[in-house]
Design a protein around this ligand. Sequence first.
Ligand code: SF4
Length: 441
Amino acid sequence: MALTGLEIYKQLPKKNCGECGVPTCLAFAMALASGKAALDSCPYVTEAARENLDSAAAPPIKAIKFGKDSVLGDETVLFRHDKTFYHPTTLLIHVSDSLSDDELNAKIQEIKGLEFERVGLQYSIDGVAVVQESGDAARYAKVAATVAEATDKSLLLLSNDVVALKAALEPLASRKPLIGSATADNYEAVVNLAKDNSVPVIIKAEGLEALEELVTKAQALGYKEFVLDPGSRTTVNTLENLTQFRRLAIKKKFRPFGFPVITFTSNQDPMEEIMEATVYVAKYASAVVLKTSKKAHLLPLMTLRQNIYTDPQKPIQVEPKLHSVGNVDENSPFYITTNFSLTYYSVEGEVETSKIPSYILPIDTDGTSVLTAYAAGKFEPEKIVEAMNASGIADKVKHRNIIIPGYVAVISGKLSELSGWKVVVGPRESSGIVSFSKTLS
Ligand code: SF4
């Protein structure tokens, strides 16, 4: 049973020094009780209090780190709009040890090529799941070593054969792979293997009750670096399980399910597989293992993940400075937009397509889109003139024309008056820029 804020407060040092990041011990106790702070933030907690508080104040879903920089779990809310989600679902590509050497090398090269750029941010696939399907322990160890040597991505080593798992893991332990899976039949050997090598381990059982029982037994071995696999392989059952895990962990602080959850896609058709994966990314999977490694399949999934794991209170923004597209000169058109990344990059993409080198000045609207910014008083003529003066645009072009988004045509008069420039009303949507640009002379 979780402790209340007041119960936690009684065990804190009551120095009210603020070193934990909040002004008082009471505020810190409340943050601990709601899972929004970690006990380690207070340097003055006594050992006795730490023992009492550790389990009560632990985050509702434990953070599990593995590989290069993969962090699973450590989420504190059920819904993104309550606060934010912190650790984007780790995406891993399934690589079987039954592939031939040529197929294996081709697969590795394909995975290494999975790099994406969207709204100014870089993304790549996080890891590789090396799965034993050959039945040959030596082959499995060799494939795991080949993958590890060829890429620095996070590794998941998956085998039902503990001997094969050990042979593959031990030379790669410094890479801190995630290993799996510990089941009711082998959990002692697999959990002890993970413990001996200080790597996290997947605990797998079908059904919530069976999984709770197995987690409890595995913890009794003195180890807690777990990732849960509910064993379900249909989309509906997996979604149901993921939702139950998250609710029980966050709302009830039910400790056996206070670990990240991994899922495996089961659809063979790549497009259906991606749709299946989107369900898991949207609803609480900490990691998803996919079979497809085609860039075109994975881009929509990465886009969805980026959107879900963007802090809703901090939209992605571009620097509000003068940007140039192409080889600009003194005759180049001059566009105004906002610094919301999705808006800016839509405008930039269309300007690029128009093949007319142009200047774009995104106004600092705290990352809001044009209409939202205007409604909030963040896209006002005074602010635009201030940004124009700071950008030095007047020294870069000899004309005096500003192109503004069509949605804010209403500011034309005042902007013209304040700036002394001619205001040209551009298209409402960025998709109209290419045809609009042909009207510029
Ligand atoms: S650092 Fe510890 S003692 Fe200081 S205010 Fe925070 S909880 Fe209290």
